[in-house]
Design a protein around this ligand. Structure first.
Ligand code: ADP
Ligand code: MG
Length: 712
């Protein structure tokens, strides 16, 4: 699809790298079986891409006496003086003693004992590499890598020896990191530059002074120097990022070029009247900038597919509304989709209030909309008498037909596939513009890789006058104090949230937790002086709504809830949030929850109650929460701590499957790759230029292989 213009066939020259691993000299059926099972190495290519974790300088042999408490991995040469097998069952082990001129070292094996024994000969010298430890204050290595020592031949080409990740099972069968190095060495001997042809455009290789591809593979495994290794690593990481970015940019620009879009050519009365008469505040610089981006995007005659990320409370809703007014000015309807009924209701109420003096029809459509009302709305939408519809997305997607739908806004949704959503609306001949608003920021590098095929806007500025939320951590033992503090706030006329974790494995447990919590809160805040709302996932929608509404109106001062509350709820008078078992929440979730307070003119507080058994990571999360209110910083930390695969809601896209590169550790390289990919794609959208043929061929072959591996 990416190359549809020329549609060139893919050459299927038999590729040595596709050879099954058992055909490599030194492998054979048994080892091949183990390599497949333990390391997922099926082909020559897989072995080539089994990269070393470090290199050791084989020429460097350390005296045993140098081993001390600070030694990590070390290489020594020692003569075997003794070994024995002792213990039984699980503690059965082979213990060997080796000696050099400076001292003695103990080696221990718990697994593969018979294999090790077979290969040990008293009086022989061994080259030994491993992680050191101390046992009874004597230096020791468990499961070292060991081979017969052969003094380096004079004039032999020196290189750093790679050490590969292996598994205990493989090590026990003699396929340790060193043996893998031998196999990889054998493989490199078979390969020629033509087997690993350059795939980056020559001009880039020159401009960035990148190591050529073949040399890079050679040097990442067997570098002559450390510098060469780093050059190789850099080049291969760049290649990974670059190719992923080219792919994303091709998708983005080709889609944008191919898709027609409705044209929002003018700013008219709806927008201007609202802006001049009813806008309750001055827009922030970020809001203005994003509106400008949307305005430009929607006027081009191409479909907009934009991701809007802003921190909690940055004012995304107003951007949404102003965009909807822009649509209306151009004769188009808009819909705003929210993930929950509560949120849809709230958006509807808020927008209706803002628009009350405007000659615009706005409707709310959710699962609990009554039949007659629903009929009226559906009719109004198909007849174009309703301008805006707000609702839960499931409802809107399923049943609604519009006469002139021009804009779809999806709120608070980085939890599900942005692109799917966008595609859904491509069914129409001229698709509406799509604006997806995330609940909390996404780290920049993640946005670039996981959502790189969308345009995106960032709102990195909060409305002025916000008083920062103070966040503290308290132990459960301090509960009485915490309750006392909440009481003071309520007596000042404020409202409070108590949030309980959703225990994923058990809805029942979560429910019980919540009920217990509710009783506890009630005992501190007895009726009728205090009134409490409770909202949870098991409630029928209307009950949820009533409870919510009472809290929004201030009829109840306390909201006890599970995380159903987290998305977007806006009660500016609420100034305290107590999060129970805070150690059970993820960072972005905590941040989102906390964003429910600090929305009004009063100072707000977030109290993270933790049990005594919080893990180290949990403690770090809590510390981060106490240290900053900045959602962008928190998102970065979250990514650092969890890695890209685990970030909630990110697409499980191939775009994140990097073998060497890391979006956490190689940010600079990613930026560079993105910049280069963008300028390439802008120049040559269908990769037709001569300079891009090798890249195109490579990308096509990559695609093909991915397809096959899925089938097999
Ligand atoms: P979010 O980006 O989290 O969805 P909201 O759109 O709910 O944030 O806005 C949070 C609050 O800030 C709302 O009460 C909104 O009215 C207010 N707000 C939005 N923009 C501005 C602004 N430019 N100046 C002052 N207050 C604003
Ligand atoms: Mg919002």
């Amino acid at each position: 699809m990416l190359f549809n213009r020329s549609g060139s066939a893919i050459s299927t020259i038999a590729n040595i790298l596709a050879s099954p691993i058992e055909y490599l000299k030194g492998v054979g059926p048994l080892r091949a079986d183990m390599l497949r099972k333990e390391l997922n190495i099926f082909t020559f290519k897989d072995l080539l891409e089994h990269f070393p974790i470090r290199h050791i300088d084989k020429t460097k042999v350390n005296p045993i006496k140098d081993i001390n408490a600070f030694t990590d991995y070390i290489q020594v040469v020692g003569r075997l003086v003794h070994y024995e097998i002792i213990g039984t069952g699980r503690s059965r082990r082979l213990i060997a003693q080796v000696k050099d001129a400076s001292g003695q070292l103990e080696l221990t094996w718990f697994q593969g004992i018979s294999w090790v024994e077979k290969n040990l000969h008293i009086g022989s010298d061994y080259l030994i590499f491993g992680k050191t430890g101390f046992f009874n204050s004597k230096p020791q290595m468990v499961h070292p890598e060991i081979e017969v020592f052969v003094p380096a031949k004079a004039g032999a080409k020196a290189f750093l020896e790679p050490v590969y990740p292996s598994t205990e099972k493989l090590k026990a069968r003699g396929l340790n990191g060193r043996q893998l190095a031998k196999l990889t060495y054998a493989l490199m001997q078979l390969l020629q530059p033509k087997d690993l042809p350059e795939n980056l455009p020559d001009y880039l290789v020159h401009e960035l002074k990148l190591l050529p591809r073949f040399e890079s593979y050679a040097a990442i495994h067997f570098p002559a120097t450390d510098l060469l290794y780093r050059k190789a690593l850099e080049r291969l990481k760049f290649e990974e990022f670059f190719i992923a970015q080219v792919r994303l940019q091709l998708v983005r620009l080709q889609r944008s070029n191919a898709s027609q879009g409705v044209v929002f050519g003018k700013v008219g009365n709806y927008f201007n009247d609202f802006y001049n008469k009813y806008l309750p505040f001055e827009l922030t610089g970020a809001q203005k900038r994003v509106l400008k981006e949307i305005r430009t995007d929607t006027a081009r005659g191409r479909q907009m597919n934009r991701l809007l990320q802003g921190d909690v409370g940055s004012g995304k809703t107003m951007v949404a509304l102003l965009s909807m007014l822009l649509a209306a000015d151009n004769g188009f309807q808009s819909c705003l989709m929210a993930p929950t009924e509560i949120l849809a209701q709230q958006h509807y109420t808020g927008l209706k209030e803002l628009l009350k003096e405007m000659p615009l029809e706005i409707a709310l459509l959710t699962g609990s909309t009554k039949t007659a009302e629903r009929k009226r709305i559906l009719k109004g939408l198909i007849e174009d008498t309703i301008h805006f519809v707000v609702g839960t997305h499931a409802i809107i997607e399923e049943v609604v037909q519009f006469k002139h739908l021009g804009l779809v806004i999806v709120d608070e949704q980085h939890r599900f596939g942005v692109a799917q959503r966008a595609r859904l609306w491509e069914k129409a001949t001229v698709p509406p513009h799509v604006l997806v608003m995330t609940a909390t920021p996404i780290p920049r590098t993640l946005a670039m890789t996981a959502y790189g095929d969308l345009e995106y806007s960032v709102m990195d500025e909060l409305p002025p006058g916000r008083i920062p939320i103070t966040t503290v951590q308290r132990n459960e033992m301090a509960r009485a104090n915490v309750m006392g503090f909440v009481k003071e706030e309520i007596q000042k006329g404020r409202q409070a949230y108590f949030i309980y974790p959703l225990i994923e494995e058990s809805e029942k447990l979560s429910y019980e937790d919540l009920m217990q919590g509710y009783e506890q809160v009630k005992s501190f805040f007895p009726e009728p002086q205090y009134r409490i709302s409770m909202v949870h996932g098991k409630q029928p929608a209307d009950q949820k709504e009533t409870n919510m509404e009472r809290f929004v109106k201030g009829d109840t001062q306390i909201m006890v809830s599970t995380t159903v509350i987290e998305v977007g709820v806006n009660v500016p008078n609420a100034s305290v949030m107590v999060i129970e078992s805070a150690e059970k929440f993820g960072l972005s979730q905590l941040h989102q929850l906390r964003g429910r307070v600090g929305r009004g003119s009063e100072k707000s507080f977030c109290i993270l109650l933790t049990g005594s058994r919080a893990s180290k990571e949990a403690k770090e999360r809590i510390n981060i929460m106490c240290a900053t209110n900045d959602g962008f910083k928190i998102a970065e930390k979250d990514l650092e701590m969890r890695g890209p695969g685990d970030i909630e809601g990110t697409r499980q896209s191939g775009a994140l499957n990097f073998k060497l590169a890391s979006i956490v550790n190689d940010k600079g390289l990613l930026e560079l790759a993105k910049e280069k990919a963008e300028s390439l794609v802008e120049k040559d959208l269908y990769l037709e230029q001569e300079a891009h043929q090798s890249l195109k061929n490579f990308m096509q072959s990559q695609k093909l292989k991915q397809g096959w591996s899925k089938i097999s």
